[in-house]
Design a protein around this ligand. Sequence first.
Ligand code: ADP
Length: 561
Amino acid sequence: MSTYIRKNMLLFILTILSSVIASLGYVFMAVLLQQLLDIAMDKNIHQFIRMVVFSIIYFVALGFSLYLQSLLSKKVICKIMLQIRSDVFQGTINHSIEDFEKKNTADYISVVTNDVKMLEDHFLLPLFEVVQYTVIFISSFVLMIYFDFIVTICVVAAIAVMFLVPGLIGGTLEKRQNKFSSKLADFTVSLKDMLSGFEIIKSYSMTKSVIQRFDKVNSETIQSKYSVDKLLALNEGLSAFLALMVQIVVLFLSAYFIISGRITVGTLLGMVQVSSNLANPLIMIFTNIPKMKSVQPIIEKLKNISKHSTIPSRKENADTFQSHISAKDLSFSYDGTTEAINGIECLIEKGKKYVIVGKSGCGKSTLIKLLSGYYSTYKGEILYDDAELHMLDKDSVVQLSSIIHQNIYLFDETIYDNICLHEHYPEEQIKKAVEDSGLAEFISELPTGLQYRVGENGSNLSGGQKQRIAVARALIRNKPILILDEGTSAIDMQTAYDIENRLLKIENLTLITITHHLDPNLLDKYDEIFYMENGHMKERGSFKQLINTPTSFSQYYHLKE
Ligand code: ADP
């Protein structure tokens, strides 16, 4: 947090300065009241008129400085929030795929929205209040000594008791606030999950159970918030009570001193006014300090996410895919117990075409994700030319390939934006990608052509159209490796055939396809077929080699016919 304050130092100092001026102006109103009452008691009309003129100027200046202080503090908070949110988002985006997948997407949403907001409400706003009220408190204290020393001593004693309050509940409050933040994250995760399944909820009549599930997480979240609020209420109540005590002490002592002739009535009024400026700021300070302390774990959490935006990679760039990628004795488990793939050996040569086949769940997608650098916790070796994947910069490895999954993600923008992804490409290149991906005919039928908006995750398009956009998105980038993970499964047979056929003809492209469509004409065009079974690489070879011998692949192939 200090980094952000340092970044906005000038504005921050100006805010504090305006706050100091406004607070001093506010406190010295007590002197004004004291003088006014003493003038009234003297029945001095000339001094009274001078006082009225002075007061008008004084209050206009005070009003302006209060406005300035409020405006500047809002401006500095907005600037800091902007920077924090941007850093947290950059940190989130800069996660590796492996790290990102460790949490639910809604967890990240909750951090960028809920936690950052909590920082504003429980740290930045209280911080300015603490500064402002500290100034009010100190200047009131000095003024109190000026009015009467003995009353000040008694006030100090009452204040000493007030110091104990935040220390008593601060620790518990911090724990509860942390729990509330994680409940809030769970709430966002559940909400996203439920709304994402809207269609299923409707078509399977799940409304009742979904409402019950929502009510459960909703009430857990609110209960957690209430447990924080209960402590805050205790803190506020105790502080308010003690502050009231301070005022009562002042009032009774001053009344006694008027009777004994030690002070004037004007001084009593001045002291009552100042004592409220001693008590109320203390309430604010002692309710805000535990609040600020309680968000420390959240500040840590945000710091940890943001730091991803600044860690430079010390690894080599993966520009080393000149001849091949190979896997040696490669095994991997998602959960640390069951192996999704085991002892895989394979060689992918640059520019050649490979197809991976096998039953669902045999490890095909896992293998290509590992080869393209998604996960780092594998056993065995993955070599890019001769460099082990661990030695290479993960981001630049991921950059080498485009993967087209069965489930395509489209942004709620135009087809053009979804293909170019906000990068600039020459017209010719876009046209070629649109044609090679089989999109041309569909786009020519749209009134707005490439500028057609696809809706939330492409809801205005069919599965096949989405996949074609994904193919165009991949082709336009001319990356050396293209992976189709059942990437044409939602397209009609003929179009899928045409797209795959075109991809097979691109000379320098290394193509790896996972497919369940076993078309002999296409399979024959691949350099090698990898047949997988239960996480193992069971057989490898050309279509002709595998189909003309009694292999597991040929059995699988004939079953599928
Ligand atoms: P295929 O692509 O051949 O259908 P996958 O590689 O997707 O198979 O899956 C291989 C095994 O790993 C399956 O048992 C699957 O349940 C499991 N698996 C896949 N993805 C994950 C994941 N993200 N977390 C945990 N297990 C997974």
